[in-house]
Design a protein around this ligand. Sequence first.
Ligand code: GLU
Ligand code: MG
Length: 641
Amino acid sequence: MGLLSQGSPLSWEETKRHADHVRRHGILQFLHIYHAVKDRHKDVLKWGDEVEYMLVSFDHENKRVQLVLSGEEVLETLQEKGERTNPNHPTLWRPEYGSYMIEGTPGQPYGGTMSEFNTVEDNMRQRRKEATSLLKENQALCTITSFPRLGCPGFTLPEFKPNPVEGGASRSLFFPDEAINKHPRFSTLTRNIRHRRGEKVVINAPIFKDKNTPSPFIEKFPEDDEAAKASKPDHIYMDAMGFGMGNCCLQVTFQACSISEARYLYDQLATICPIVMALSAASPFYRGYVSDVDCRWGVISASVDDRTREERGLEPLKNNNYRISKSRYDSIDSYLSECGEKYNDIDLTIDKEIYEQLLQEGIDHLLAQHVAHLFIRDPLTLFEEKIHLDDANESDHFENIQSTNWQTMRFKPPPPNSDIGWRVEFRPMEVQLTDFENSAYVVFVVLLTRVILSYKLDFLIPLSKVDENMKVAQKRDAVLQGMFYFRKDICKAGGNAVVDGCGKAQQSVELAAEEHEEYALMSIDTIINGKEGVFPGLIPILNCYLENMEVDVDTRCSILNYLKLIKKRASGELMTVAKWMREFIANHPDYKQDSVITDQINYSLILKCNQIANELCECPELLGPAFRRVRYSGSKTDSSN
Ligand code: GLU
Ligand code: MG
């Protein structure tokens, strides 16, 4: 989850005193990097995925499942046996926010050849196997986005009571500090976000109203004034960073061949974020209740919202410099490429001095405003030993601000003195239950970057519309019910030769061109699978691309299976994880149609998730018939639909 410095963390008051220093030197560090590598080009395509995991423990006798707080130990062993023993080890492990979490990536980035798509799933399987082999009896490694009973009494092993007094990190009524990773970055972030904000974070996720859910649904906090005021009727109230950053996701990072390609990809993929997020929806439950959202996004966004009342527009500006319209964890606020400029229609708060300084240093308006926007934020953590740095050779101050701007996309300059190129990170996806699904989403997004670059596709729409899409994308069943703004003509002049090959695609482009607006409201099915006369569809375009590529049979078969999953999730033939979980709960014999997820229901659900992840049972409604997913082995495989 970003920069991990070691040392003695400063309090918020001390950090604040150094905020201008961090920003000033962060910008100098950025400038050093920029001037050193702005002209770098011909970097090759490389990419990698990040999967976040939770450790759980089943108590079969009492039908309970808990989050095990052994992430640090497991991580230590994984690193010891892995990267520290062998620099070419195929997996890499990193800490994550919860002390019940770990994060795994491939040991080396993937390259540009098609056959590498066929190694993604094996690598994810290896990660699952490596980490699972270190767990104790009855424990499991789960790829679930949100743990349904996170923050409920006794949700951790060992159990801890939250201690809502000043002096700790969260001061949460529900989420004990012991569930936060012990690396000082995480608790310091938690405490300093709260101190900067001037009060605890407030998260209100709408409750799903079932037949027997009280209406209005009101939680009472008689002993806690702050909670009583902050909690909204008909919402599930949460009060700690852990409710958000304690969730898991699936991310992909790409190295582009040059800075301009990175900026182009950043913009294009930004428009795809809400679509793929809705397609990956996997987090319908919070604090033991069924919510009315399917995605974690809004919950995390609120969980790290460090803006003061002034910055949120609740009080006149006195001590702060700006009104800020979004949390640090939110969708991007400006496009970065020249073709994006005319679609930058969101008010952008920037640090004017920094902006001017960047312009003077020869940085163009779009990049300057991007950086000057990130730098309206204060550093949230600072280590005493890391205040004075060598700006020409270090980038910690830049990374400090950059890595606590958790946006849908991240534009990543190369680290100083490295052979890494300009990169972009795609961050909105929810993690799926199985390695098969996670590979499918990753491969889909990577292939999309291939066609965007090869066919010079253009998905840009006004950024305010992308923001509207982000809101729709989180709603319950957005994948089938939601309508999303999407660009009608995605083929730039001269770039559509191959898409022309798909007859229907061309026909629809012409039809669309007659209409006035550049974009229209479309369902995810239309966007992904296409609709005659309306939109060619991303999967048909990917298929055209694949037909023109040399791909070995085995890889082609895997890719087809991945795309089939995406296609069917988009059409509704298969369920999203969120929908499947909702149905599982609804059909559970203990469920009382009251939106409550008891310990036993949670146990059954996570047990089932674990069986599915380890292929101990089938789940055709989520994954499709099992035989379709079997790797090509010389025998006939159905790839007709
Ligand atoms: N776990 C966070 C999420 O679900 C992301 C943390 C990170 O940036 O690695 O979005
Ligand atoms: Mg992470």
